[in-house]
Design a protein around this ligand. Structure first.
Ligand code: HEM
Length: 453
């Protein structure tokens, strides 16, 4: 994670152009060093390093989280510390002693200052400042306040009809004569992108390209990344920045009733620089469609494995809201986040020195038996399913949580009302990301189609 050029100007060659040496240095500092350290740690048997580098544990991390938790509230990994305890996770995320790792705060001493100098403001990712996810203190509060108006409970309930209409339109297009359909590609990915694009004034013909760029860029959330993937992600981020700058120009000339039009005309204390505007808009856009797709996909997969839970939902559709909470808990779409100690501190009896990076495994905290009885069991009737931390906790608690919940509940109900016999048909393929957990492909047979409404 790197710091931006403060005024957002591009001193290194202008928008749209990559400087090869700079890209390589950025990759090396931001991802390469971490990747090497994790792989070396994994060879020594370090559990957290294995979780961050082994494909098998990426696919099935839940037993490993139990081991991390068994090591104590905070597990001292050789490369990075970690927790899968619900209490330690919420303590860290709500504590003033921990910050998000902006500006490379999580890196070893000599590398810490380098990151800010390397950042290319025309390829900054969601984990680079000035994205909200990578800023602390008053800047963070300022960005968050400006955006949160669009995500109040009232604003979200006003979107419900639009979500339902979009779901119905997409489902109309799914009637393809009983053949096998990829429910991620044809439905779970398209519903959130249509909703967030509408909120941000993005034209319909951009959805496909945004999904492609967003998918390529989503790996930047992961702590380690190969050079080739980094270059692909950086190219995608650059395309997103260039497109967004043009989008802002269009909206400034003819503002609409959307969030970006409103942010683009703020003045005085509230004014956002071009870089701040791009970082904020692209974060909301990406967070809007790179996460809910996983929630919907994970729900379809787990409900397919548990026909008795599907039957319970059929009998009592009022259980759907709780079922969405249980999917968020049981197979969290965002598996982890990172904090760095900004002073010597202590978490539930474990001393944590200043600059220590600690991964909070949200997916692990959500399987903590101290909070959830029989935590590995999927149960749509679980009374405290909503006590999960799938949306994080504290200052960075997900701004879109209410929207994601509505999209998932409305979207899943509409899907199963229309196709009550829908069943996974073929081999589901997981996405190759560690922070985001979802399906790349989820083939389903739609079966009988019920006319609704
Ligand atoms: C199932 C869907 C979603 C999940 C699991 C999810 C999860 C998260 C998590 C875990 C964080 C905090 C990361 C941290 O603490 O470091 C976060 C932050 C955020 N999310 Fe979501 N999210 C989802 C959907 C959405 C949607 C639909 C939007 C917006 C349209 C959104 C917008 C944001 C924003 C703007 C932040 C940054 C908040 C801040 O830093 O203050 N998210 N999300």
């Amino acid at each position: 994670m790197r710091s931006p050029d403060p005024d957002g100007s591009d001193a290194m060659g202008g928008p749209g152009r990559r400087i090869p040496g700079r890209s390589l240095a950025t990759w090396a500092v931001s991802y390469g060093v971490g990747g090497l350290a994790f792989r070396a740690g994994a060879r020594r048997g370090d559990l957290v390093a294995r979780l961050e580098s082994e494909r098998e544990l990426q696919l099935s991390p839940y037993d490993a989280y139990d081991e991390v938790r068994a090591a104590g509230p905070v597990c001292r990994g050789g490369v990075v510390w970690a927790t899968a305890s619900h209490e330690a996770t919420t303590t860290i995320l709500r504590s003033d002693d921990f910050v998000v790792g902006a500006g490379g705060a999580e890196l070893p001493g000599p590398l810490r200052g380098l990151t800010g100098k390397l950042l290319d403001p025309w390829a900054a990712s969601p984990v680079d400042p000035p994205s909200m996810l990578a800023t602390n203190g008053t800047d963070h509060t300022r960005y968050r306040r400006l955006v949160s108006r669009a995500f109040t409970a009232r604003a979200v309930s006003g979107l419900e009809d639009r979500i339902r209409d979009t779901a119905d339109r997409l489902l109309d297009g799914l009637d393809d004569g009983g053949s096998v359909t990829d429910v991620v590609d044809r439905y779970a990915a398209l519903l959130p992108v249509a909703v967030i694009a509408d909120m941000l004034g993005v034209p319909d013909d951009m959805h496909g390209r945004l999904l492609d760029w967003g998918n390529a860029a989503s790996v930047t959330l992961d702590p380690s990344l190969g050079w080739r993937d980094f270059r692909r992600a950086e190219d995608a981020m650059r395309k997103l920045h260039l497109w967004f700058a043009e989008h802002v120009r269009t909206l400034r000339a003819a503002p609409g009733d959307d969030l970006i039009s409103r942010l683009a005309v703020l003045l005085d204390d509230e004014h956002l620089t071009d870089l701040e505007l791009r970082a904020t808009g692209l974060l909301v856009l990406g967070a809007g469609f790179e996460t809910t797709v996983n929630l919907i996909g994970n729900a379809v997969a787990v409900l397919d494995e548990h026909p008795e839970q599907r039957a319970a939902l059929r009998e009592d559709p009022s259980l759907w809201a709780n079922a969405v909470e249980e999917v968020l808990r049981h197979d969290s779409p965002v598996q982890m986040t990172l904090r760095v100690a900004r002073r010597d501190t202590e978490v539930l009896g474990t001393e944590v020195p200043v600059h220590t990076p600690v991964i909070t495994y949200l997916g692990g905290a959500n399987r903590d038996p101290a909070v959830f009885d029989d935590p590995h069991t999927f149960d749509v009737r679980r009374p405290n399913a909503g006590s999960h931390v799938a949306f994080s906790s504290g200052a960075h608690f997900c701004l879109g949580a209410g929207l994601a919940r509505r999209e998932a509940e409305v979207g899943l109900r509409a899907l199963y009302d229309r196709f009550p016999d829908l069943a996974v048909a073929g081999t589901p393929v997981r996405r190759d990301t560690r922070v985001l957990r979802g399906y790349e492909r989820l083939p389903v047979a739609l079966g009988r189609r019920v006319r609704v409404g």
